[in-house]
Write a protein that binds this ligand. Structure first.
Ligand SMILES: Nc1ncnc2c1ncn2[C@@H]1O[C@H](COP(=O)(O)OP(=O)(O)OP(=O)(O)O)[C@@H](O)[C@H]1O
Ligand SMILES: [Mg+2]
Length: 597
C-alpha cells in the first residue's frame, strides 16, 4: 500500500502533487460537515420524541437559549432548518470535490499518456526491434486509464472515505462508546477477513487483465494489418477465435474483479441492518424506554446511511487498487525506471555537410539478443559526391550497414567519421539532417501526397516548390498532375493502399529529396518499379551525381551501371569492389547476379 502511494506520488509532477494535496483539504472539510450533520440528528430526534427534554438536557438547553426560540416547537423548526442546511452543504461540498477530482483526473490521464508516448519515442531505434508495438499502444491507451482512474483517483477517494469513516466512528464513540467499539470490531473484522481471503486472487486477476488486453491489441493490429492475406487464405475465423479467447479472458477477469470488490456489500448490509435490530433488542433487554432507544437508533441508522456506503467504497477501492497493481507497475516501469534518453528534438537546420569522405572505421556491431555479430572490424569508405553501389545476397548486412551510417543503430565499437569528424551523440542530428533516406519499406501516412512528400511538416508550412521539384526527380509529377483527382492534395489511404507499390516507392524517393540533402541513400528504392520507370528515376538520380553523395543498394545490377564504385558484400564483409564493367569481367559471382536479372 505504501509502495503504491510512493509510486503514485512519483508519477505526478511537482505541481500536480501540490494540487492533489490541496484537493485533500476540501475533502476533509466535506467529511467534517458531513459528521456535523449526523451529530445533530440525535438531539433533533430527542426533542421530537420528547419536547420536555430541552429542559432536562444541559446541552439542549444551551442550544435552545442560543436559538432565542419562543417555544420548543419553534426551536424544532429552526433546528430542522439548520440541519437541512448542513446536509445540503455537505452534499454540495461533495459535488464540488467530485467536480475537482474528475477534472484533475482527466488532466492526469492525458499527461501520463503523452509522457509515456514521449518516453517510448525517445528510445533508440534498437528498443523497437525487440518490442511489439501493440503492447506499447495498449500501455498508452488502456494502462494509463487504469492508472489514472483506477488508481490515482481511487486512492484520493480512499482518503475522503477514510476521513468520513474515522469521523463517523468517533461520533458514534462519543454517543455510546462500547457499542461503537463493538460494531467497529465486527465490521472491521468482516472486511479484514474477506480482504485477506481475496488479496492473492486480485493480484492474479490484475496480471491476467494486462496480458489478455495486450493479446487483444496485438490481434487487432495483425488482423487489420494483414487483412489481404487473411482474407485470401480465409483466416478470418482463425483470428476471430483468438481474439474472442483473449477478449473473454479479459472481460471475465474484469467481471471477477467487480464481483469480488462489490460482494462484501451484501454481506455487510445484512450484518449492519441486522445489527440495528440487535441494538433494539439489546436496549430493550437492558430495560431502556423507547424514548432513549429512538435517538440512538436514529443516529445509527443515519450514520449507517453514511458509513456503509463509505465502507463499501473503501473496500471496492482497496480491491480495485490491488486489481490495478499490474498496470501501475507497468506504467511506473516504463515511465520512471527505463533509461533516460535525450529528448527527440526537431531536425536541426544546420546540416553537417560532407566535403571529403565518409568512413566507417573498425565497426563491430551485433543486434541486441543476436548470437553473433553482423560486423566485426568492418571498414568502409565513401568519397564525397560520388555514387556508390552496394550489392550482395539477401541477409548480407546491407540494410544494417546503411542503418549504421544513418545513426539508427549504435555499434559496439569503431567509429563513423565524416571528414575527420567523429559522429557522436551531439552532432548526429546534424549529420542526419543532411541525409535523404529511402528505406526498403516506405511508410505512408493516410494523408495527402504533398504531406507525404514533405512528411511531418504542418500543411501551411509545406514548401510546394520543393515538393514538386522532388516529385519531378522521382518521376512522379506527371502521374500526380494527370491522373490523381486532387493532384498533390489526393489522400493516399492507410499506408498508401490506394497507390501501387511503385507509386509508393516513388513517393519515398521524393520524400528523401524534399529537404535537398547532401547525402542520398536508397535501399532497394526502385525494386517495385518496371524497368522503364526505374531507368527514368535512375537517370534523374544520376543527374544529381557529383553534386550529392549517393549510396544505392540494389539487387537489379543494371541499376548500378553508372555508379563510380560498387561494393559486393557477403556475410558482413566486403568481398569485392570495382566499377560495373571490371566486376562484370572479373567476378564470377557478380556476373551470375547480373545475368539472373
Ligand atoms: N533486429 C534484428 N535482430 C537480429 N538480427 C537481425 C535483425 N535485423 C536483421 N537481422 C539479421 O541481420 C542480417 C543482416 O540483415 P540486413 O537486413 O542488413 O540484410 P540485407 O543485406 O539488407 O538483406 P536484404 O537484401 O534481404 O535486404 C540478417 O541475417 C538478419 O537476419
Ligand atoms: Mg535490406
Amino acid at each position: 500500500m505504501f509502495q503504491m502511494l510512493k509510486t503514485i506520488i512519483a508519477l505526478l509532477d511537482k505541481g500536480d502533487r501540490i494540487k492533489a494535496g490541496l484537493l485533500l483539504f476540501p475533502m476533509l472539510v466535506a467529511a467534517i460537515v458531513d459528521v456535523i450533520g449526523i451529530a445533530f440528528v440525535m438531539p433533533f430526534i430527542v426533542v421530537v420524541a420528547d419536547p420536555d427534554a430541552i429542559q432536562t438536557h444541559k446541552k439542549l438547553l444551551y442550544f435552545y437559549q442560543l436559538s432565542h426560540a419562543s417555544s420548543p416547537h419553534r426551536f424544532l423548526i429552526i433546528a430542522g432548518l439548520v440541519l437541512f442546511f448542513v446536509l445540503v452543504m455537505a452534499n454540495a461540498l461533495g459535488a464540488l470535490n467530485n467536480w475537482f477530482m474528475w477534472k484533475f483526473m482527466g488532466k492526469q490521464e492525458s499527461k501520463i499518456s503523452s509522457r509515456l508516448l514521449e518516453k517510448y519515442l525517445s528510445h533508440p531505434y534498437e528498443f523497437f526491434l525487440n518490442q511489439n508495438t501493440s503492447a506499447l499502444m495498449k500501455n498508452i491507451i488502456t494502462e494509463t486509464e487504469v492508472v489514472s482512474h483506477g488508481i490515482i483517483m481511487y486512492s484520493m477517494q480512499l482518503f475522503t472515505k477514510l476521513f468520513a469513516v474515522v469521523f463517523i466512528v468517533l461520533l458514534l464513540m462519543i454517543v455510546n462508546f462500547k457499542l461503537a467499539v463493538f460494531l467497529s470490531i465486527i465490521m472491521g473484522g468482516v472486511y479484514g477477513i474477506i480482504y485477506a481471503f481475496i488479496r492473492k486472487r486480485l493480484g492474479r486477476i490484475s496480471v491476467d487483465m494486462v496480458t489478455s488486453q495486450e493479446a487483444r491489441f496485438q490481434l487487432l493490429n495483425e488482423s487489420f494489418g494483414g487483412v489481404k492475406e487473411i482474407k485470401f487464405l480465409k483466416l478470418s475465423r482463425f483470428f476471430l477465435n483468438q481474439f474472442t479467447r483473449s477478449t473473454e479472458k479479459y472481460t471475465s477477469s474484469k467481471a471477477r474483479l467487480q464481483i469480488i470488490s462489490t460482494m462484501p456489500k451484501y454481506i455487510l448490509e445484512s450484518i449492519a441492518f441486522g445489527g440495528v435490530f440487535l441494538i433494539v433488542i439489546y436496549m430493550l433487554a437492558a430495560q431502556h424506554s423507547a424514548a432513549t432507544i429512538l435517538p440512538i437508533l436514529g443516529i445509527y441508522v443515519f450514520a449507517g446511511y453514511r458509513l456503509l456506503p463509505a465502507l463499501q467504497t473503501i473496500f471496492m477501492i482497496l480491491s480495485s487498487l490491488k486489481g490495478g497493481f499490474a498496470s501501475l507497475d507497468l506504467v511506473r516501469h516504463d515511465l520512471l525506471t527505463s533509461l533516460v534518453i535525450n529528448k527527440e528534438n526537431s531536425m536541426p537546420s544546420n546540416k553537417l555537410s560532407i566535403q571529403k569522405t565518409l568512413q566507417l572505421n573498425a565497426i563491430r556491431f551485433s543486434y541486441p539478443n543476436a548470437t553473433c555479430p553482423i560486423f566485426s572490424n568492418f571498414n568502409f569508405v565513401v568519397q564525397a559526391n560520388t555514387t556508390v553501389g552496394l550489392v550482395g545476397t539477401t541477409g548480407a548486412g546491407k540494410t544494417t550497414l546503411v542503418d549504421i551510417i544513418l545513426g539508427m543503430l549504435s555499434y559496439q565499437s569503431g567509429a563513423l567519421v565524416v571528414d575527420n569528424l567523429v559522429i557522436n551523440r551531439d552532432n548526429l542530428p546534424n549529420w542526419q539532417a543532411n541525409i535523404g533516406y529511402v528505406p526498403q519499406q516506405i511508410f505512408l501516412l493516410d494523408n495527402t501526397i504533398a504531406s507525404n512528400i514533405a512528411f511531418g511538416i504542418e500543411k501551411e508550412n509545406i514548401d510546394y516548390a520543393a515538393v514538386e521539384r522532388a516529385a519531378r526527380i522521382a518521376n512522379l509529377h506527371d502521374f500526380i498532375v494527370k491522373e490523381l483527382p486532387l493532384q498533390y492534395q489526393t489522400v493516399v489511404g492507410e499506408r498508401g493502399v490506394r497507390l501501387s507499390g511503385g507509386q509508393r516507392q516513388r513517393i519515398g524517393i521524393a520524400r528523401a529529396l524534399y529537404r535537398d540533402p547532401g547525402v542520398l541513400i536508397l535501399d532497394e528504392a526502385t525494386s517495385s518499379l518496371d524497368g522503364i520507370t526505374e531507368l527514368a528515376i535512375m537517370d534523374a538520380i544520376h543527374n544529381l551525381s557529383h553534386q550529392k553523395t549517393i549510396i544505392i543498394i540494389a539487387h537489379r545490377l543494371t541499376t548500378l551501371k553508372e555508379c563510380d564504385v560498387i561494393y559486393m558484400m557477403e556475410k558482413g564483409k566486403i568481398v569485392d569492389t570495382g566499377k560495373y564493367e571490371s566486376l562484370m569481367s572479373a567476378n564470377l559471382e557478380f556476373q551470375k547476379m547480373a545475368n539472373m536479372r
